[in-house]
Design a protein around this ligand. Structure first.
Ligand code: AMP
Ligand code: TRP
Length: 345
């Protein structure tokens, strides 16, 4: 049976979203919403793989939901919910813990980065994190997953899990009416945002990240105009003027990052952006970049602040989304239980 196209993606509620999330993922999400059935999730179960203060977790969950909506996600059209409301995620993740192999998870680079030097002290959940992510996607039979570059390896793992499940349970899958033996579709990563890897403003070789201790390293969607301009003024640069061709950005990670951000914010190709700003000194370019960033982000920040003043309204949207998400995932889980051989499914 061919699977209908369906989009799924998620972000963790661990702090405020930043320009990397916005350019790398969010703008693609909004684009897909125009033409496809989309399910967007605030992945609170993933967040607790590292300890979270309960009050802050609640606030961050609302903040991420408000950020999606302020960026253009329409919760009437797409399904928007927080992951913990739908038990299918945790249940399917357990089943996938039994499908995925230790060797596969041992290769995951994000675990190595996040666990740091003292791996023995990392939670078991942090290690099994990619299996939960595979469950998020496959519980909805999603076919397309728009993300930033750093998530590619996890989606490849989700494909491997889908394939192994389909092959381990092939006969049972066929016996349950899927004549081609395919129960889970193999999800495709979609990595085509205007800037799929936005780097830190303090170090052009490091990813812009929520977990960077320096707030100057990132532009948050909630930053006001003055803060945005100040962070850009303080961004690390090199002493040379900007080149007029993309080739001149090679070996200049900070210049490459700032020009990439400028191009993405103004909706231009890097080549065309350099047509505008090539030859400028950084001081002049940064003023233009700040104008572009403020123009794009200030209305988003204002809408987030407006929504955060009405937390009950955000909760109502998430709870409605949870009901709609369960209506999609529950029938899939019923079939999974039957295929595996559980009684009482
Ligand atoms: P996270 O903040 O890790 O929950 O990531 C949420 C989404 O934003 C994922 O699709 C990431 O790939 C994407 N993302 C995070 N940081 C960046 C970045 N610096 N550049 C581009 N995309 C990013
Ligand atoms: N792991 C992703 C990140 O850190 C977030 C995520 C969880 C996700 N589940 C997902 C993304 C399912 C896409 C699909 O960015």
């Amino acid at each position: 049976m061919a699977h209908n196209e369906r989009v799924f993606s998620g972000m963790q509620p661990t702090g405020s979203l930043h320009l990397g999330n916005y350019l790398g993922a969010m703008l693609q999400w909004i684009e897909w919403q125009k033409t496809r059935e989309c399910i967007y999730c605030v992945v609170d179960l993933h967040a607790i793989t590292v300890w979270q203060d309960p009050k802050e977790l609640r606030t961050a969950t609302r903040l991420v939901a408000a950020s999606y909506i302020a960026s253009g996600l329409d919760p009437k059209k797409s399904i928007l919910f927080n992951q913990s409301q739908v038990t299918a995620h945790a249940e399917l993740a357990w089943i996938f813990n039994c499908v995925a192999r230790l060797g596969w998870l041992n290769r995951m680079t994000q675990f190595k980065e996040k666990a740091g030097k003292d791996r023995e002290k990392a939670s078991v959940g942090l290690y099994a994190y990619p299996n939960l992510m595979a469950a998020d996607i496959l519980a909805y039979h999603a076919t397309h997953v728009p993300v930033g570059e750093d998530q590619k390896q996890h989606i490849e793992l989700a494909r491997d899990i889908a394939q192994k499940f389909n092959s381990d349970f092939k006969d049972s899958i066929v016996a349950h009416g899927h004549d081609d033996g395919v129960f889970f579709p193999l999800p495709e990563p979609v990595i085509t945002g205007p800037a799929t890897r936005v780097m830190s403003l303090r170090d052009g070789t490091k990813k812009m990240s929520k977990s960077d201790p320096s707030d100057l390293s990132r532009i948050n969607l909630t930053d006001d105009a003055e803060t945005i301009a100040r962070k850009i003024r303080k961004a690390k640069t090199d002493p040379d003027a900007l080149p007029s061709e993309p080739a001149g950005l090679k070996e200049r990670p900070e210049a490459q990052n700032l020009v990439g951000i400028y191009a993405a914010l103004t909706g231009k190709a890097v080549e065309d952006a350099l047509g505008d700003v090539g030859g400028l000194a950084f001081s002049e370019f940064k003023a233009r970049l700040a104008d572009a960033a403020v123009a794009a982000l200030e209305p988003v920040g204002a809408e987030i602040r407006r929504m955060m003043a009405e937390p009950d309204e955000i909760d109502r949207i998430l709870i409605d989304g949870g009901t709609r998400a369960r209506a999609v995932a529950d029938p899939v889980m019923k079939q999974v239980r039957e295929i595996i051989g559980f009684i009482g499914a």
